[in-house]
Design a protein. Structure first.
Lengths: 399, 427
């Protein structure tokens, strides 16, 4: 169904609260705003959202985007942990790479230009420890720096006030930092039961900086609770959403977006990517789940006219070793791929260079060709429209 | 003569929870006398260690197979939780909380992690070493740290051998443990790494010097050239004025105020520390007797760490506590996973302890601790000794409450309200 068709249908929907957004989305696309719709825009609170999906454990980039043109070279390194060549016809790209055949549910997004890939992403002197490399990715530091301040904590306080991010799961990661207002929750329902305990308190200029900070954060927290209570007390079930663990989390995210929760970033985790042994089936299953959940999410956003307001991005602490190990798995590696999806993504494109399988580092890992901070910088400047802390790393024009 | 509120201040900065009896013990003493009481705690027993798989068993498992590696990982995770629980129980029950706080201070100064090392037994050993030196001599402490097996693994020192240097420990020794980033260059890092080649861990998980892996050639470090021994090099780094100044700043931010101390104060305290030949107790004595420590403007300027909040609250009034396992979990959710600091710089602490997420966990915890109590009719062992509202306020909070007090009288109700006041989060 195209947008115009849906809009007609939407007129009959009982969810009156959603109509202003729908009208606005359709108008904006046709670049033909009427006075009436402009009025609607200003009165509705459409929040744009980035949805981060952390592929925890280290996602094998080479089996996500498989070298089709260099297949013989790839197959030399992989006898057990390889995607069969004939399967690469299912989702080929135009650059000699082919998407893992278990991700074909995303093919339509690629064809419609709403899905892009970034490859060769990493940082110089890749660290092979999960913890360190996660820290590096989440704080946008180099292999030799340490920081506790997440990369989004350097962006979001410039972008908006109030609640910056919601994490479904644990660990603030990219949104860690005292000035980044982030809440982590198992689900909105569990969060609401906890936040009831927090009383409101107005920020004050009385007392020590430490006390003022506590008061300010308590105020932020109370606001977040109030907001979620108002908007999420009775979320509608989204029929047909992918039912995997990841699917459930993305369904919660979708509900929060559709209910106009005022926050800029959501983060969920998809774990199990640390595939040291018997990788092929495990990894295919993971990618299948991922693709199905992303497809449901995109579908839902599109149906509700919110696809232009969201951008989904995956990341992982590292890729995996080019040469498989003796157990049919792969050990920790370096550069890997990122997936980006959304109505405003410059999709149907692959950014970054194809992996150079003949040119590996001393550990047998790929050299990175796109710095992950260029990806962050692009989001900072082109999505959030704020000062880019990583302008020195260039940009990847995926949005 | 210390007033109640001054005695409370000293206890809150040096203990775990403002225990009524500890405050009363110091009230009426002179500052100097009270500081001596704090600095000379009676030795408290250390809880028996949980069972750990020893290094010589755990380490080779990783080399056998992928399964072996997985098993070793699981063992490290389980025993790591036991180790965290062991320290939390020790902090809950110790009669000398100041020793625990100083051990935690050094753990944060010289961090090592069960996640990087995957060796809980070595981290336990390191904790015993840190508490042994906690109030001793900084020179000896640093020499012990350099030989500590957990540190040798955490900062890859055990892989630093002649011809194949690993610079990790060398860099952090210069940058974090001693002179700081302004004082050295990459050539110094390389030279220091060379000096410590051959420092390793033997079969039984103890420090060993492997002479055949040691590169004893002369090197130049911070402009001085010679064939340093590791200990000689540590002496030189300890004696560098920046080392003591940086330590003074850390002590200050831990015990006195969240604000940076002024330069003169730092230099004067650092000079006293050097004159006392790096006696840690002498430094703390000077800090606790400084006028700034006692100024009323320094009250409420420090955010309670997760450990202070979790353990201190229970100790303070003998509130019923969560299981040890749950306290380990809460400590993690509040951002202070013991034996697993975020990185080699340790926890940033201060205002960084409080984010929307961690404050939510703090509020849930405090309300559970206090509410559970109010509903229970039976005697829980809860102790709220103050006789009136004023005494309650002075005892429970470092600064006046932000919220309005409850209208209905009663110590329990008041205690619950004060625990949920923002002022309860600061010390």
């Amino acid at each position: 169904m195209n947008r115009r068709g849906f809009l007609k249908l939407a007129g009959a929907l009982p969810a009156a609260g959603l109509l202003p957004e729908l009208a606005w989305a359709a108008e904006r696309k046709t670049k033909n705003k009427t006075e009436a719709s402009e009025k609607l825009v200003s009165s509705s609170k459409r929040q744009k959202a980035v949805v981060l999906i952390k592929l925890a454990g280290g996602n094998d980039g080479l089996n996500t985007l498989v070298p089709q043109r260099d297949y013989s070279q790839y197959a030399k390194y992989r006898s057990l942990a390889k995607v069969p060549e004939h399967k690469l016809k299912e989702f080929p790209l135009d650059n000699g790479m082919s998407v893992n055949p278990y991700m074909t549910s995303l093919r339509r997004w690629w064809e419609e230009g709403d899905l892009a890939w970034i490859q060769g992403v990493g940082y110089p002197h890749g660290v092979l420890s999960h913890f360190r490399s996660s820290d590096i990715w989440e704080t946008a530091t180099s292999a030799f720096e340490h920081s506790e301040i997440g990369w989004l904590a350097q962006v979001l306080p410039q972008y908006k006030q109030g609640l910056h991010g919601i994490i479904l799961g644990e660990g603030l990661g990219p949104m860690a930092g005292k000035d980044c207002h982030t809440i982590a929750m198992q689900s909105p329902q569990v969060f609401l039961s906890q936040v009831d305990l927090v009383e409101d308190i107005q920020p004050t200029d009385r007392g020590s900086p430490a006390l003022r900070h506590v008061v300010n954060i308590q105020h932020q927290l109370h606001d977040a609770g109030k907001q979620l209570r108002e908007k999420m007390s009775n979320p509608q079930h989204l029929a047909g959403f992918s039912t995997s663990v990841l699917g459930r989390k993305l369904e919660s995210v979708a509900q929060m977006i559709l209910n106009n929760v005022d926050t800029a970033v959501y983060k969920v985790e998809h774990s199990g990517y640390d595939t040291h042994a018997n990788q092929i089936n495990v990894h295919n299953n993971l990618l299948f789940e991922l693709a199905a959940a992303l497809n449901s999410f995109g579908e839902t956003m599109k149906q509700h006219g919110r696809w232009d307001d969201v951008i989904v991005m995956t990341y992982s602490e590292f890729g995996r070793r080019v040469q498989e190990n003796r157990g049919g798995g792969t050990d920790h590696g370096t550069a890997s791929v990122q997936l980006v999806m959304g109505g405003r993504v410059s999709g149907g494109r692959v950014f970054g260079e194809n992996p150079r399988l003949k040119d590996l580092d001393g550990d047998g890992n790929l050299y990175m060709t796109t710095d992950f901070r260029a990806v962050y910088g692009t989001l900072a400047s082109r999505w959030f429209g704020v000062n880019n802390p990583w302008s020195g790393f260039g940009a990847v024009p995926f949005v | 003569m210390l007033t109640f509120s001054e005695a409370r201040h000293l206890v809150s900065r040096t203990g775990l929870g403002v225990e009524w009896d500890s405050v009363k013990k110091l009230e009426g003493l002179t500052r100097e006398k009270a500081v001596e009481v704090v600095l000379n705690p009676a030795p408290a027993p250390i809880r028996p260690a949980p069972a750990f798989t020893p290094w010589h068993k755990l380490e080779p498992m990783r080399d056998i197979s992928a399964e072996g590696r997985k098993d070793a990982w699981s063992i490290a995770q389980t025993e790591g939780k036991h180790l965290q629980g062991w320290w939390i129980a020790q902090m809950l029950l110790s009669s000398s909380p100041f020793i625990e706080r100083m051990t935690l201070f050094w753990h944060n100064y010289f961090p090592s992690s069960i996640q990087k090392t995957l060796q809980p037994s070595l981290l336990h050993k390191q904790n015993l070493m840190l508490r042994q030196h906690a109030l001793g001599n900084f020179r000896n402490l640093l020499k012990a740290v350099a030989r500590d097996p957990a540190m040798l693994v955490y900062l890859d020192g055990y892989e630093n051998v002649k011809g194949r240097p690993n610079e990790n420990f060398a860099r952090e020794l210069l940058e974090l443990f001693t002179v700081g980033s302004s004082e050295y260059g990459q050539a110094d890092v390389k030279a220091v790494a060379k000096v410590f080649t051959g420092w390793g861990v033997d079969q039984s998980g103890n420090y060993v010097f492997n002479a055949d892996q040691h590169d004893g050639s002369p090197v130049t470090v911070l402009g001085r050239t010679r064939a340093f021994s590791g200990d000689e090099l540590i002496d030189m780094l300890v004696e560098h004025p920046k080392t003591s100044e940086r330590l003074v700043e850390r002590v200050w931010q831990q015990f006195v105020s969240g604000n940076r101390p002024d330069k003169l104060t730092v230099q004067s305290l650092a000079a006293q520390f050097r004159r006392a030949d790096y006696d840690i107790k002498a430094l703390l004595r000077a800090v606790f007797n400084s006028p700034q420590f006692w100024e009323s403007s320094s009250r409420g300027t420090l955010v309670k760490s997760p450990v202070e909040l979790l353990i201190g609250t229970v100790r303070m009034a003998n509130y019923p506590r969560e299981s040890i396992g749950e306290m380990v979990n809460l400590c993690r959710l509040m951002g202070q996973q013991l034996f697993d600091p975020p990185n080699v710089r340790g926890w940033l602490g201060g205002e960084h302890w409080i984010s929307t997420q961690t404050l939510l966990v703090r509020a849930s915890y405090l309300s559970k601790v206090s509410r559970g109590n109010l509903n229970r009719r039976v005697d829980t062992g809860l102790r709220l000794p103050p006789k009136n509202q004023q005494e309650m306020l002075e005892w429970m909070l470092a600064v006046p409450p932000v919220n309005k007090l409850p209208d209905i009288p009663g110590n329990r109700r008041l205690a619950n309200a004060l625990m949920l006041d923002p002022a309860f989060q600061v010390s």
